[in-house]
Design a protein around this ligand. Sequence first.
Ligand code: URA
Length: 428
Amino acid sequence: MRMVDIIDTKRNGGTLSDEQLQFFVDGVVKGTIPDYQISALLMAIYFQKMTKEEQTSLTMKMMESGERLDLSRIPGIKVDKHSTGGVGDKVSLPLAATGIPVPMISGRGLGHTGGTLDKLEAIPGFRVELSEDEFIDQVAQEKLAIVGATGEVAPADKKIYGLRDVTDTVDSIPLIASSIMSKKIASGTDALVIDVKTGTGAFMKTLDQSRLLAKALVEIGKQAGLKCMAVISDMNQPLGNKIGNALEIEESIDVLKGKGPKDLTELVLTLGSYMVVMGEKAQDTTEARKLLEQTIKDGSALKRFAAMIKAQGGDPAVVDNYQLMPQAKYKIPFNADRDGVLTKLSADEVGTASMLLGGGRQKADDKLDYSVGIELHHKLGNHVKAGEPLLTIYSNRREIPDIKQLLRESINISANGQVPTLIHEIVE
Ligand code: URA
């Protein structure tokens, strides 16, 4: 078999066979296919797309290129959640409220979106690197563990993702779907709830594209034998009110105390309800939602989150004292320059501002400042008055003209505007 023929088939709109996809994935992992040929095929897939069968076959071959976790030692139905990524998206943390076994393998942030592992490392002592046995034992005992990849999960994806990043082929539905699902299937979960973001701050900018991605993800999951569904949620503005590592831990704990922001709480309850139903702890989402609200009200959700922190070496006292996490030196107000309705609060730019303050990485080996970030005092559709604070910038630099300029560009205040819909669609 020759790689050039595989490229030729896809470039001309043909369908790749299982054998051709196996040859490709093997060659990627063994390093026998040069980067320029891998890149050429990625570009051909970007333009010619893939059939459902090709997508599933590529995903399974990428999954089989690495280790697959065996979680059968954990009693009950294991349910994971995946988000396609957004700014201020800290939903994984309050999912402690579900009380079903949640084995979560998460990633780090790069660019304007934050990573769950980075946020957790804002908690003094927290370890995200557990051995496979520690991970499995913890999910069995505490019902929740959030860790980095324990073994070599889908090495083909690592190589392909790196090339997609530099060949402008990231936002391709078959490539995103196979990348996400190869890793999730390898993680050994029984069921998966996927939060597909839509809007200016998401990979998929339109509802049509997001729906196609959600359907592709769910279809692949089902073909692989997983219980799987997706929620399409809004990412035209950051989720919740706090962006930044320690700030997002604070806000997650606030949700578990029943005093989180409305949009974040609503999304946690929505995704959490589907997880509880998939975990067969409730008949339907109405019953599941009541159960979640009850665990928040009676404090058991917060207790479970504190137990997870303790089990992973962190200081559980942070749940009562946020000052135990790194604190920024300066809190700099950013005020509205006119009266009106907030009509733009760009998630990308707010995320980039937080990254430039030191809260995110521009390069994979950048060191993070856990204390910095941005707090929003208003969301889209709110009426604001000239001179009142729109945001607070948490910074360790007193002078931040670059950040203020970027934030100015991320905001628009007009005469009229609407509160955007948070949950756009459910794909089952
Ligand atoms: N997350 C992934 O893991 N892969 C993608 O391609 C996009 C988001």
